[in-house]
Design a protein around this ligand. Structure first.
Ligand code: PLP
Length: 450
């Protein structure tokens, strides 16, 4: 399958074959399991996906940030095949395998900080966050966990409790896990006009500290869990001083600083770990998504003495850090290094932000443009002065993009942010074409009468 992209939507969506499968889906799959595109994949390569009706899409969603190295990268496919030929699963808690050790060694080497580190592996992002909390509580002997407004950490009971946004993540799914507290996180675009950026960041940091001091007491807090750049929350890049201030406060009070790098890691922001942009060394780091290049795997990396707090048998899981996941993750690290994907992410990000800023000058509906590396977003508003979130327009843009063969996602607590998570192996031609389609979609959606 060698294909250079030229727009080739052969059908409206869903196509004839997809419509039939969709009908079956509605009978047998609960509606609560959502989907973005009314189509079913046939094959995918690099930044392109073909559906069962022969429509080719440019993929700016990358399975929600999972496919940084591209769909079915040959190095990764080869690694998975080789592993499957040898053995598929033995269960690391039963009969171990060397690849688990090797991926731990490589990630501990790459992770920020020169202190001794250890790593363990799991299946999903949520499971990595769950284990960060377990380990942090065990080490500190403290119960409380602090997360942030607009934060997203998963859909299991603990991580749903840590996640901020009520709809669709929490609504009527409570009661939630206790001892989870929420601190404010800066949102530069929506800061009060009366404050300068610096004042706003200082004020937000002050409020984080006050909340912990007045509502919990620092000596009861095991961990502060933070996304260095908020993902589901709307691709919000915090101020460096803010992140450093939070870390310093944690250090002062023996609270573990946990960076949730599940969406930001593995070259997305131009680094293996986005926290490096903030010159902060976390005590624990959670990783997943693009770590496995599409094979489910997640990890927890951290200070050796913290990671060693749990006794034998207290951590693990049947499929945790599976051989296929470890083989894929090792191949992902090779690809990032060999194809210089950290550098490429920066180039892509510069190109995307330059187009977005150009559009901001021409489309009133674009209130804000922001990003770090190739983690870029547009925030859509119905009134620029009031910054009124425009979720309806955002939905229309996504639909217009899909019709034209571009898969792209929304984010943000108001559902009005368009985010790009394209594979970082996207070619220049595909990138330009994808951006052209997005501009057409914004044009078409914003000229529709309400
Ligand atoms: C920052 C962050 N943490 C945790 C998760 C949960 O990961 P998973 O869906 O693999 O459980 C996500 C998923 O989007 C995420 O973006």
């Amino acid at each position: 399958m060698a294909k250079t992209y030229n727009p080739s939507m052969k059908t409206t969506l869903p196509g004839e074959k997809a419509a039939k499968i969709l009908e079956r889906r509605h009978h047998i799959i609960p509606d609560g399991v959502g989907y973005g595109v009314p189509a079913f994949a046939r094959q995918a390569k690099g930044a392109l996906i073909e559906d069962v009706d022969g429509n080719w899409f440019i993929d700016f969603a990358g399975a929600i940030g999972t496919i940084n190295v591209g769909h079915s990268h040959p190095t990764i496919v080869e690694a998975i095949k080789r592993q499957a030929d040898n053995f598929v699963h033995t269960g690391f808690n039963v009969m171990m395998y060397e690849s688990y050790i090797e991926i731990a060694e490589r990630l501990c080497q790459l992770a920020p900080g020169t202190h001794p580190k250890k790593a363990m592996f799991l299946n999903s992002g949520a499971e990595a966050v769950e284990n960060a909390v377990k380990v942090a509580r065990k080490y500190t002997k403290r119960p409380a966990v602090v997360t942030f407004s607009r934060g997203f950490h998963g859909r299991t009971l603990m991580t749903m409790s840590m996640t901020a946004k009520v709809k669709p993540y929490k609504y009527e799914f409570g009661p939630f896990a206790p001892e989870v507290y929420r601190a404010p996180y800066p949102y530069g675009y929506r800061k009060p006009d009366s404050l300068s950026e610096q004042e706003y960041n200082e004020e937000t940091l002050k409020n984080v500290k006050h909340m912990i001091e007045q509502e919990i007491s620092p000596d009861r807090v095991a961990a502060v869990v933070i996304e260095p750049v908020q993902g589901e929350g709307g691709f919000i890049v915090p101020d460096k001083d803010f992140v450093q201030g939070v870390q310093a406060f944690c250090e002062q009070h023996g609270i573990l600083f946990v960076a949730d790098e599940i969406q930001t890691g593995f070259a997305r922001t131009g680094d293996y770990f986005s926290i490096n942009h903030f010159d902060v060394v976390p005590d624990l780091i959670t990783v997943s998504k693009s770590m496995g290049g599409g094979v489910p795997i997640s990890g927890l990396i951290g200070r050796a003495e913290v990671m060693d707090a749990a006794d034998p048998g207290e951590l693990g899981g049947t499929y945790s850090g599976s051989p296929l996941g470890c083989a894929a993750a090792l191949a992902v690290l090779d690809v990032i290094e060999e194809e210089k994907l950290n550098e490429r992410a920066q180039t892509i990000g510069n190109r995307v932000l330059s187009r977005f800023n150009d559009w901001k000058g021409r489309y009133d509906c674009i209130g804000d443009v922001r990003g770090l590396g190739a983690m870029c977003a547009l925030e859509l508003v119905s009134d620029r002065d009031e910054k009124t979130p425009d979720k309806v327009l955002t939905g229309r843009v996504l639909q217009e993009a899909q019709k034209r063969g571009l898969i792209i996602l929304a984010a943000g607590v108001y559902g009005n942010v368009i985010r790009v998570l394209m594979p970082i192996v996207v070619t220049d031609e595909e990138l330009e074409e994808g951006l052209n389609i997005l501009e057409d979609a914004i044009n078409a959606a914003s000229s529709q009468v309400n």
